[in-house]
Design a binder for this molecule. Structure first.
Ligand code: FES
Ligand code: CO
Length: 334
């Protein structure tokens, strides 16, 4: 059961602009996937030709069909093989000649793949299409860690003053006040958490920024940062694709309602810097799989949000790091 949860989630595999005329190979939960685009939209197949097992992603898109590079079997976007060049004229295409089709969507400037038979809804991120807001996409960030470790780092308030000292926090203001974590509308949301920052609103004067964190699903979280007395809001949505147990790919959507006429690059560069400050730490964490047993590590009240996350993963039955593919295959074989 626990595997189905991640298996039925949507996983961000690349930026939409990265998928053009040629198919592309991506990995989701240990599964090799070919994605391609035609005039009907974007599509995902298991990256395996049923003929001799070649990666379909090595092929090309011709007349809207995916053509295998090895012997040019041609699959339409529903996965049916519609042409086998080696077949003498008039000989029927075997009925078993099919590609395994997965769900695939272009959404929020990213391509998303869902391997499940019972796909969860795509996440809701209204800021992306709200007038007066502008979104920049950061990443992909390659991380040698399990997705929950990356999400948990994003939700961790008390590291800001040390790992991001001078940028997002100040060592002399390291205390974290008690905050609330509620579960509303199928997601966790915190009360405002004040964090002292050297320059929270761009006026180069120290002060408090307020963070409201949300956990949308096991591999998606966001926060919105505001300052008192200002309408400016910055939301960062973190989405992580667990490619396999040891490797993940993360994207961040930075959505702001200020500086709309300014280019995105400085925002992306700042975020890159922040992400790389976290990278060594996240990749160093042991055990690699987030411990869901709350007895396993030591927790403080300031860790309330990450405690909620661990508890939730446990309730949902997400067993960290175990890619569902093996289980899934066993299940479908029965
Ligand atoms: Fe794909 Fe032969 S392996 S056509
Ligand atoms: Co950090």
């Amino acid at each position: 059961m626990q595997q189905d949860r991640l298996w039925n989630e949507w996983h961000p595999v690349c930026k939409a602009e990265e998928l053009q005329d040629d198919p592309k190979q991506v990995f989701v939960l240990g599964e090799r996937v070919a994605i391609f685009r035609n005039e009907k939209g974007v599509h995902a197949f298991k990256d395996l030709c049923i003929h001799r097992g070649a990666a379909l992603s090595l092929g090309k898109v011709k007349n809207g069909n995916l053509v295998c590079a090895y012997h040019a079997w041609e699959y339409d976007c529903a996965g049916a093989c519609v042409k086998i060049p080696a077949l003498p004229n008039g000989r029927a295409i075997p009925r078993k000649a099919k590609a395994t089709v997965y769900h695939c969507e272009e959404y929020l400037g990213l391509i998303w793949v869902n391997l499940g038979d019972d796909p969860a809804p795509l996440i809701s991120y209204p800021e992306y299409s709200t007038e007066g807001y502008r979104t920049a996409i950061c990443g992909p960030y390659e991380v040698k860690a399990n997705a929950p470790r990356i999400i948990e780092n994003f939700l961790d308030v008390s590291h800001l003053m040390f790992v991001h000292e001078g940028l997002l926090g100040d060592e002399d203001h390291a205390e974290v006040v008690d905050y609330k974590v509620d579960f509303i509308d199928n997601r966790f949301i915190t009360s405002k958490i004040p964090v002292y920052q050297p320059n929270p609103d761009g006026r180069s004067k120290g002060g408090y920024a307020n963070y409201v964190y949300e956990i949308l699903n096991p591999t998606t979280a966001r926060f919105t940062k505001t300052t008192d007395g200002s309408e400016d809001a910055l939301t960062i949505l973190l989405v992580v694709n667990q490619e396999d147990n040891e490797q993940s790919k993360a994207f961040m959507l930075l959505t702001r309602n200020y500086d709309l006429d300014k280019p995105d690059e400085p925002f992306i560069e700042f975020q890159d810097k922040i992400f790389y400050q976290d990278l060594d730490i996240v990749q160093s964490q042991k055990p690699e799989l987030l411990p869901l047993d709350l007895q396993a590590e030591l927790h403080l009240k300031s860790d309330a949000l990450t405690i909620s996350y661990r508890r939730w993963l446990q309730e949902l039955g997400v067993e960290n790091g175990t890619t569902p593919s093996d289980r899934h295959h066993k299940k479908t074989k029965i």
